[in-house]
Structures are given as C-alpha cells and as structure tokens.
Design a protein around this ligand. Structure first.
Ligand SMILES: [Zn+2]
Length: 318
C-alpha cells in the first residue's frame, strides 16, 4: 500500500501520521515537544516515530511503502531553501529543517506553513473536498488562513497568501498584534481576543467572578448559562470574523469557507452570527456562492494536509 508521512509541528506537540492516497489516516502518533524543542531533537524523534508507525502497521498485518513526507511548521519559511526563517513558538531561527529531515528519513520532504496545510487537508479530505475554491480560517490563539484552488495550495509569491488573521480591520484604536501592526483581525476575533475581552469585563465586575476566565470555552460556558455580557463578547468576535471573511471572499470568490478551531463547534452562538455579518458585508453574489461550513478533520487536518503535499510533490499526477 502507498503511504505518505504527515507531520504537524506545534508549539507544544508534534502530530504524525501515515496517510493513504485518499487522505485516510492509517496510523498516527503524537509526542510532546517538551522544553528541549531544538530542531535536531525534534527531527530525531520524528524519525523514531516513523519507525514506530511502520512497525505498528506491520503488527496489524499490513505493509506500506512510504514515498515521501510533508511537514507543517508554525512560522515563516523560506521554501526555496527549505529553511525555517523564524518559528517563534519553537524558538527556531534560520534552521535548515527540510534537509535535516530528508537526511534522517531518507525521503523527499515537503515543508509548508501549518495553517496552509490545515487548509489543504480540509480541501482534500474534509469540509472542502467537493469544492473548487476553498478559503479556510482556523480560529485559535491567532487566526490562521489558507487558500486552496482546484486542489492546489495558493501560496502567493512568498507564502503569505491567505494570512487573513492580519487583515487590518480596525484602523483606529486597534490593539497591537504579534505582527507589529495594530487592529488585525486576530486581535478582535481569535479565541485569545474573546478571552481578553471577557477578562476585562470580569475585572470590571461585569462577569461572574466565581470562575476566572482563562480560555474561550469559559466564555462560551458563561453564555450558555445565559450571561448576556459573555454572549456579547462572543457575538462581537463573530461579527468581526464575518466582516474579515467578507473582505477575503470578495477578493477570492470562494465556493466554500471552512471554519476550524474550537469556535467552529458553536453553531448557534458563533457560526450563525458570523455568517450574518459575512452576508451583510460581502457582495450578494459572493455571499450566495460561498457556503460556510465547520471544519470536519479537527486536529487531523494538519497531518492529512502534510501528507497530501508530499504526495503532490512526489507524484506528478496527484
Ligand atoms: Zn497582525
């Protein structure tokens, strides 16, 4: 059986999987990046994990031929040289990670930004599988974005296409974003933004103080209990996201917008107000063409997208 090795490196853990030609996970394994997350250590653990995955498949009675690997990395990458220019969460600067992995794995390795691979995964085997122009937004600590057109990632000239989290939606009085600009979409519509707004209300005595808000789920729980202030924080973030997506959609004219991250599970409280805002700001024909869907691959989108990228690089007809 043909298989592709998908790797999704995050700030706290590395997810890996062997994936077949149609995007099904055959076997998977994660490990913590731990305090020692230098690139060499991570690369060696990835190699060990590949051996483990192959052994597990064999124990289960199947054999596979692994043809290539794809790796998603949260950071800025130079894809011409295979160098991770900067991955803040990992503390990596100018790391030649692609060649490092190729030597260890003895496989062709394709490297890509993690948000792009999540989009490719959803477009290949998830919520966008039956659509042509897929715009993906993953709402978490920040807002990751990716664009897939006719099955291929649209990267732009240096990999920055689809960075919708950094659309400046609040030109005046916006707060500082990690990118150095003020008022980016992710400063008002990410899970982090929801938590920050709720914490401010809590400090001002406008939210119950029995449980300190530390994650977006706390705010959703309060809204579920009927707390109006918590609900308005969520609705506000949803409105901003709908507005930001309308700008992206007018540029791209997608036939599906896939929303990932924890908020995507909140159909009524988040996705519905988001869609209403989207329809308010997008051109009517743009809004009519673009169906909003929740992501379906959850945490597997990254490894499936990574495996798919490897497959596209190695097989000319994939
Ligand atoms: Zn920004």
């Amino acid at each position: 059986m043909d298989a592709w090795f998908g790797i999704d490196i995050g700030g706290t853990s590395v997810k890996t999987a062997l994936v077949d030609n149609v995007g099904h996970i055959l076997v998977s394994q994660s490990f913590d990046t731990g305090a020692e997350r230098d690139a060499e250590t991570v690369a060696v653990r990835i190699k060990d994990t590949l051996e483990l995955l192959k052994a597990r498949l064999k124990d289960g009675g199947s054999t596979c031929q692994v043809h290539g690997a794809g790796v998603g990395i949260p950071g800025f990458l130079d894809l011409d040289t295979g160098i991770v220019a900067e991955a803040v969460n990992l503390g990596w600067t100018d790391v030649p990670f692609q060649s490092m992995l190729e030597q260890l794995l003895q496989l062709p390795v394709a490297m890509e930004n993690d948000a792009n691979l999540a989009a490719l995964g959803e477009a290949f085997a998830g919520a966008g599988a039956d659509r042509r122009v897929v715009l993906c937004a993953t709402v978490g600590t920040g807002i990751g974005g990716g664009i897939v057109i006719d099955g291929r990632l649209h990267r732009g000239v240096n990999g920055m296409a689809g960075e919708i989290g950094h659309l400046v939606v609040k030109r005046d009085g916006g707060i500082l974003c990690n990118c150095g600009h003020h008022g980016c979409l992710e400063t008002v519509a990410s899970a982090t933004a929801i938590v920050r707004q709720a914490q401010a209300l809590q400090s001002a005595g406008k939210l119950p103080a029995d449980k300190v808000v530390t994650e977006a789920k706390d705010v959703f729980d309060l809204a579920e209990r009927g707390n109006e202030a918590a609900l308005s924080v969520i609705t506000d973030a949803a409105n901003w996201l709908g507005y930001g997506l309308s700008l992206a959609a007018i540029t791209l004219n997608p036939d599906v917008i896939v929303i990932g991250g924890g908020v995507s599970r909140a159909e009524e409280r988040f996705l519905m107000p988001m869609q209403a805002a989207f329809e308010q700001y997008a051109l009517e024909r743009v809004a009519q063409a673009a169906e909003v869907r929740a992501a379906t691959l959850s945490n597997d989108a990254g490894v499936i997208g990574a495996a798919r990228l490897a497959q596209q690089r190695v097989s000319s007809n994939a």
